[in-house]
Design a protein around this ligand. Structure first.
Ligand code: SAM
Length: 472
């Protein structure tokens, strides 16, 4: 039985409700009056239900699709402006006891190089990331209670926050580790993490069990209920995602939005972010072995539908995607991207050729952070290294109210400009700096409140004179 407020995975992600949703969407996808009424509702910018979103995803009317794309872009600009938040993944350890069939870290893979960073290694990795200009990391680790216990993760977070190299500092550590207990979530919260990210991989229970044949991750309910435990443990920024390609994308979209509805209904705050990874080639993984791969057009349609369905949720795209797909996705609602990423353990400090054998997946965008930053600016976006919200206590519903109040232009916009200025001063190539300085001058004018504009201008001057880390 479907119950959005139930705490049981198979009730808040009800298989029957998803099947009925998809059937209803198929039966009504050509009812253009209904499609139009849903688009009209989406234009109110308060979101859509999983049923409404599923209908739009099923609809193949070209004109309506164009309208959805236009609206997705508008909603992105309304809620997030033209800022794009930058981050990098940091792989701590690829030891893993699970059997995930799509991931090269699965326990049966005997030829992949197993690596776990020591605290000294972490200092080297983080120093290299700071030298690139990163301020926000997402730490990644396989699940292995012996090699990667929670104490190791906590110690690593402490180490990361303690490294200040020249003007570099990691100011926000997001965490992507396996589902765990309320107590461990509480400890992560105490360690000062930003978002807790956990991809569902698939919401299809039966497929989930086959795709995760062994290890603790096999437990579908424990995995699916993880975000409730995280919130119970005090983490109020959580990041959802599915790994597209494992199951039917329409099934996944309905499940993903039901999950978001559940978090909102139970905890009063929806997901902070949604990621949209697609399966990639990796050590012993061939994406063609999976039947549900989606082409770029479908992928972009999914992104646009998510954007208009959950306007307050940030959307993340990684270097799994190519430059051209990322450019288009940015026009449809993505608000956060990684740059200069390495997906191997120790990949930032190592020589290039050394790291291939421990990578989690092949990256499709190999550009440096500087190149990505310049490219974003050339496309009219503001790369932002801002980490102010959670440091100012604006997490969970407090972040959502900032978003809903429309005050982002007086808060996030200046923060983006100030952190971009830091990047330009400390890390940018001369060409990137020139483009960035012109962008900052232009974008300063877009801060609505006069006093905020004035203070931001003054702080930018102070940054030029060597001061750092201002925020609203
Ligand atoms: N081990 C943690 C867990 O169990 O959730 C999470 C960390 S894992 C390093 C991060 C994510 O990478 C996984 O949740 C999965 O969705 C994704 N991933 C695994 N194999 C992949 C592949 N071949 N291509 C693309 N993404 C992959």
């Amino acid at each position: 039985m479907y119950d959005v407020k139930s705490m049981k995975a198979d009730e808040f992600i009800s298989h029957d409700e998803i099947l009925e949703t998809l059937k209803w969407a198929d039966e009504n996808k050509s009812d253009l009056a209904l499609v139009d009424s849903i688009i009209a509702k989406a234009k109110l910018k308060k979101g859509l239900s999983h049923r409404e979103a599923s209908l739009l995803l099923a609809c193949d009317d070209k004109e309506r699709l164009e309208e959805i794309y236009r609206l997705a872009k508008e909603i992105k600009l309304d809620f997030y402006g033209n800022r794009i938040v930058m981050f990098a993944p940091l792989y701590l350890s690829n030891y893993c006891v699970n059997g995930c069939v799509y991931c090269p870290y699965h326990a049966k893979n005997k030829h992949i190089a197993r690596k776990k960073l020591s605290q000294e290694d972490i200092v080297r990795e983080v120093t290299a990331l700071e030298d690139m200009g990163h301020k926000r990391l997402a730490i990644e680790a396989g699940e292995d209670p012996r090699n990667n216990p929670i104490e190791y993760i906590l110690e690593s977070i402490k180490t990361i926050y303690s490294i200040n190299h020249v003007n570099g500092a990691i100011r926000r550590v997001n965490v992507n580790i396996a589902a765990t207990t309320v107590e461990n979530y509480h400890r992560l919260k105490e360690a000062g993490i930003g978002t807790y990210i956990l991809f569902q991989e698939t919401y299809h229970n039966e497929s989930y069990l086959k795709l995760h044949p062994s290890g603790p991750k096999h437990d579908y309910a424990y995995h699916t209920e993880a975000m409730d435990r995280a919130m119970e443990g005090g983490i109020d920024d959580v990041g959802l995602g599915v790994l597209f390609g494992l199951e039917l994308y329409r099934y996944e979209l309905a499940g993903l939005l039901m999950h978001a509805e559940h978090l909102e209904a139970v905890h009063g705050v929806g997901p902070h972010t949604i990621s949209v990874p697609r399966i990639k080639r990796a050590d012993d993984i061939n994406p063609d072995d999976f039947d549900n791969g989606i082409d770029d057009e479908t992928f972009l349609k999914i992104i646009a539908v998510i954007r208009i369905s959950v306007p307050y949720t940030g959307m993340i795209i990684s270097t799994r995607e190519s430059k051209s797909v990322r450019a288009r996705a940015l026009e449809l609602g993505i608000s956060q991207i990684s740059g200069g990423s390495r997906t191997s353990v120790g990949g930032y400090a190592e020589e290039e050729e050394d790291d291939e054998n421990s990578a989690q997946f092949d990256v499709s965008d190999n550009r440096s952070l500087d190149e990505v930053v310049r490219w974003l600016m050339e496309l009219g976006h503001i790369p932002s290294f801002c980490t102010a919200c959670y440091r100012e206590g604006r997490t969970g519903d407090r972040f959502m109210s900032l978003c809903k109040s429309g005050n982002i232009l007086n808060c996030c916009h200046p923060n983006a400009l100030m952190t971009l200025k830091e990047y330009l001063m400390d890390y940018a190539s001369p060409e990137t700096k020139e483009i960035g300085e012109a962008l900052i001058r232009k974008e300063l004018e877009n801060i609505p409140k006069e006093n905020v504009r004035k203070i931001t201008g003054e702080r930018i001057l102070k940054i030029e004179n060597g001061e750092r880390d201002f925020r609203f």
